[in-house]
Design a protein around this ligand. Structure first.
Ligand SMILES: [Zn+2]
Length: 109
């Protein structure tokens, strides 16, 4: 399956964890090998870090918040033109392939 979601796209969470469902965020990372994406502000996890000694410095213990990856199938692209969640069509021309919104037919790239 070709990944049609790219870094910088806005996506809406359509399934998965209840707290995140319906939220929108910007794609900050695409992991094509695992069919996963990392979306800004979605699937926030907290990592507890113990105090560690590195090179003579002590890093403070604490909680680090970070976004965990989610399955691409749980997100849907939001068209930047019509703000609707949409599937995209691929249109090809001399310049290459472009994504087209199936709702408003705007060129997304
Ligand atoms: Zn559109």
């Amino acid at each position: 399956m070709k990944v049609k979601i790219r870094k910088g796209d806005t996506v809406e969470i359509i399934s998965g964890k209840l707290d995140d469902k319906g939220k929108r965020g910007e794609v900050i990372k695409v992991i094509p090998d695992k069919s996963r994406v990392v979306v800004s502000g979605i699937n926030i996890r907290t990592k507890h870090q113990k105090a560690v000694q590195t090179q003579g410095r002590t890093l403070n213990p604490g909680r680090i918040k970070f976004e965990g990856p989610i399955a691409i199938s749980n997100v849907m692209l939001v068209c930047p033109k019509c703000s609707e969640t949409t599937r995209v069509a691929i249109q090809r021309d001399e310049a290459g392939s472009h994504r087209v919104c199936k709702q408003c037919h705007a060129l997304i790239d």
